[in-house]
Design a protein around this ligand. Structure first.
Ligand SMILES: [Zn+2]
Length: 149
């Protein structure tokens, strides 16, 4: 399932990406942007009934909070959250992360990370950011668990 989050839904887009869902998000769209993306089988998510009414299959989110929005999306599309897909996507670019060569890591990853779990480090092929398990990720996992995922 691929999503298209409108410009008001930056936080939601981040959490959908954390959970591994392909989520297109921009802080600004022109009027012409939505059409082609929706035709590309992206499900438009918006808080505005006027916007969702224009695109069949899109979802009007009732809650203004991320937790409520995620619940509604899960219920509406009968999504089964899959922990194996969590943290597989760049949170900024939305592309799938890749394994990387150890020699590239020395320059871009702190030594303790390299030492503790080198096989868990992933790189974004688009922006070059590195991601690895750590306290930041554990906080996000706890947040998702607190939300019931
Ligand atoms: Zn990236």
């Amino acid at each position: 399932m691929k999503f298209l989050a409108d410009s008001m839904l930056g936080r939601l887009a981040k959490w959908l990406r954390i959970m591994g869902y392909d989520t297109r998000y921009q802080s600004f769209y022109t009027k012409e942007d939505f059409g082609p993306l929706v035709q590309d089988k992206r499900t438009l998510l918006s808080r505005h009934a006027k916007t969702t009414a224009r695109y069949p299959g899109s979802l009007m989110l009732r809650s203004e909070h991320v937790q409520g929005q995620l619940y509604q999306i899960r219920t509406e599309f009968q999504l089964e959250p899959d922990r194996l897909r969590w943290f597989t996507r760049c949170l900024i670019c939305n592309v799938l992360l890749k394994k990387t060569q150890a020699e590239h890591l020395r320059l871009s990853v702190p030594d303790y990370v390299l030492y503790e779990n080198p096989s868990q480090i992933r790189v974004c092929p688009s922006c070059g950011r590195h991601f690895w398990p750590g306290s930041h990720r554990e906080r996000m996992i706890r947040q998702l668990e607190n939300w019931g995922f």
